[in-house]
Design a protein around this ligand. Sequence first.
Ligand SMILES: [Zn+2]
Length: 271
Amino acid sequence: MPTPSLLPPSNSCATPHHTATPPKPTPVVWKGFLPDQFRKVIQEADQVWIAKCLYEPTGQLKQKFEACWFHPLLEPKPSRPEPGWYHRQRLFIWAPMRMWGISLKCPKCSGKMNSSGIYRKVREVIDVDSRYYLVGGDYPRCSKCLNPSLLVCPWSQDILSQLDVAHRSLFPAVLTTQLALDRKGVTFLKPRTSGNSSSYVQSAMEEAHSEEWARQTIRYLSDCERHKKMATFIPSAAVYLPPPTFRPLPLAQWFETVHSNDILSHLDEMK
Ligand SMILES: [Zn+2]
């Protein structure tokens, strides 16, 4: 028991009573900076850290990106375990103009293109045992062709084919209409790889994804256990959401499409 004291609490002595408390800074609503489509594709638990990679606290898109790859931080963890936090995904930012100062030409008139902000569609890429987000940090626009339709997708063949081989090789995926497959997965589909049928690749990768999903789920459940032991005095704090269900991979047919898209994208180089 502390000794009762007639003195006021020590901090009230130090603080003069007449000073007004300074206004609290308004918290930055990071998620609000993301384009609408981003908020549909990017999982809730990934939205804030991804917005911080892309934007300044004022909401302006960053002038420069320090890296292509970004990983969600392991700490700090939410005080009560949240399932989405354990299933967060990496981010790849593709911005040849902003990152390397590469100048690109308009595919229509060959005029110089400028970067006009962020490409407003994020893609999810299927990697060997997990998924990541592909974000275009440049949205190339021709300064002469004023038609807004002449904004060019930053990973279209028109753009990729203008890059030197070294920079082009940093682009990590092969795209289809909705999704994308990481280059490593594309390698498995090549005829030189043994057991290369698309259904074999599909089932091997699905197995790897399912094991990784199980590992993430185990980490979540074991943190719930630990939290539950600490929260014995506040029963309401020990209510946990179920882990997210496993998301199966696309069918073997889709892997076939990726393989053909990859071949088509190299046709020009072979001519
Ligand atoms: Zn043009």
